[in-house]
Design a protein around this ligand. Structure first.
Ligand code: HEM
Length: 487
């Protein structure tokens, strides 16, 4: 039973005690409410400002704090402090999400899962903003807004549109690899604890001697990979659309801490340029036989957010949050992302989003960027310009990017080859016939909703080029007649 404690009182935002939180101030018992009821005004005004714009993608998510432990010293490949000295522990924050749905949408959608990690390293924050899949649908940032429009709601009906999805995909055959993963058994992770994570792109590691390597991140969950089949996912969608959010929170609350092991594939620098396929094409995986997984460390999530809004909604991850020893590759998707995230944060959270505790590095911040909305300017001295003659902070030459050689003329190049088929073909042939059956059914449940035969035909032909069996079975499942001999 709650008891009255005169020292435990409500205050205004300015800290003044509130005398009445239940009854508006009126002129007489039946008179109108007074403008001088500033507590009422503050409550109503703050209430209508409670929402910030939701993330334009990955709006529905859950997050937690944890610790990354380096189990293998990586100084041979990178000078990044987080990956040097076996046993080093680094605090971190993780956020998992679906991609296309709004912030109230279902956790059991057939959708890639976001796998975003922020490491508070001794050299500033390092973010890996990855996915539950090792590849993506498209491979040039210029196509991303159009692609996302097809995943979001139709501008007239405000409904999701299978027509838009398959129209775009059928005209973008580079998506076949990702589609085959998405509609297969791993398309709906059972919980956030039961999915793999990938950095997806290729990144560059640089060691203290300037030696460069290309690397790809992989994360495997301690609790194993488990997925939902479509019927169970639909049932859960109706019963508990927040099932993954709830599972993550409850697991951590009960001391069953989710854990992942981090691995990298390491591709020697020169070999990477000359490999049999372009290693910067994000629609392709790189053979584990050629470049096996090497263990790096483990991370454990052991602390729930103290406040969802402050820690999860206002969290800002960016692939551009890099530290010395880790650099961007020329991957054309990654290059676009280096701009897009901080730009989204400035719009969604504000120019000073890095001042918010979940985003703030644990290391001191020294720069000459000043003021702005919500700026707290904690780090700022009287000297707010550079160069100066008063011992202000200067750049650290050792932190300069190593980079790589480029040549050629400016142009809109078709850099990556048009073998859209051999990797999805290998995947199609790897899975069991039962899974193939479910893959076909999942595709048919969506592609079958498209009215236009032209779109269906184009997509079926794409599947046929992956494997004749794939195309023929999808055609049969959606009742489309095609003369495959004429293809
Ligand atoms: C979120 C852009 C591709 C993973 C976002 C956000 C934007 C964005 C604007 C919202 C950021 C925010 O408001 O905080 C793009 C662009 C892409 C792209 C322009 C392609 C050029 C990818 C790829 C991956 C990915 C390939 C994974 C490999 C994520 C994740 C989030 C996210 C995990 C959620 C981060 C969080 O939890 O806050 N993306 N994205 N995106 N994106 Fe991308």
């Amino acid at each position: 039973m709650a008891t009255y404690d005169e020292n435990n009182f409500l205050t205004s935002a300015e800290g003044a005690p509130i005398g009445d939180n239940q009854h508006s101030l009126t002129a007489g018992e039946n008179g109108p409410v007074l403008l001088q009821d500033y507590h009422l005004l503050e409550k109503l005004a703050h209430f209508s400002r409670e929402r910030i714009p939701e993330r334009v993608v990955h709006a529905k998510g859950a997050g937690a704090f944890g610790t990354f432990t380096l189990t293998h010293d990586m100084s041979e490949y990178t000078k990044a402090d987080i990956f040097n000295r076996q046993g080093k522990e680094t605090e971190m924050f993780a956020r998992f999400s679906t991609v296309a749905g709004e912030s109230g949408s279902s956790d059991t959608a057939r959708d890639p899962r976001g796998f975003a990690l922020k490491f508070y390293t001794n050299e500033g924050n390092y973010d890996i903003v990855g996915l539950s899949f090792p590849v993506f649908f498209i491979r040039d940032a210029k196509k991303f807004p159009d692609f996302i429009h097809t995943q979001k709601r139709n501008p007239q009906t405000h409904l999701h549109s299978d027509r838009a999805k398959w129209d775009f995909w059928s005209l973008s055959p580079e998506s076949l690899h990702m589609i085959t993963m998405l509609f297969g058994d791993r398309g709906i992770p059972a919980t956030y604890r039961n999915m793999n994570g990938f950095g997806t792109h290729t990144f560059m590691w640089v060691n203290a001697d300037g030696k460069r390597s290309w690397i790809k991140y992989h994360f495997k969950p301690k609790d194993g990979v488990k997925s939902l089949m479509s019927d169970l996912a639909q049932k859960l969608d109706g019963e508990n659309p927040d099932s993954a959010t709830q599972d993550l929170f409850n697991s951590i609350e009960s001391g069953n801490y989710p854990e992942w092991t981090m691995y990298v594939q390491i591709i020697p620098f020169e070999e990477g340029w000359n490999y049999k396929q372009n290693i910067f094409d994000v629609t392709r995986t790189v053979s584990h036989k050629d470049y096996p997984l090497i263990e790096v460390g483990k991370f454990t999530l052991n602390q729930n957010p103290r406040n969802y809004f402050a820690d999860v909604e206002e969290a800002t991850f960016s692939p551009a949050n890099l530290v010395p020893g880790i650099e961007a590759s020329p991957d054309k998707m990654l290059q676009g992302r280096l701009f897009s995230y901080a730009d989204a944060h400035r719009y969604r959270v504000g120019a000073n989003s890095a001042h918010i505790p979940v985003n703030a590095p644990k290391t001191p911040v020294h720069n000459y960027q000043v003021d702005g909305v919500m700026g707290v300017n904690e780090h700022q001295s009287q000297i707010n310009y550079e160069p100066n003659s008063f011992d202000g902070q200067k750049e650290k030459p050792a932190a300069k990017e190593r980079g790589y050689e480029v040549e050629g003329e400016i142009g809109h190049y078709v850099t990556y080859d048009d073998d859209f088929y051999s990797q999805p073909r290998a995947l199609y042939n790897l899975i069991s016939d039962d899974e193939r059956e479910r893959l076909i059914k999942n595709i048919a449940d969506s592609l079958g909703n498209v009215k236009e035969d032209e779109i269906k035909r184009r997509q079926v032909i794409n599947f046929y080029k992956v494997d004749p069996d794939y195309g023929q079975r999808v055609a049969k499942a959606i009742g489309l007649e095609i003369d495959f001999d004429k293809i």
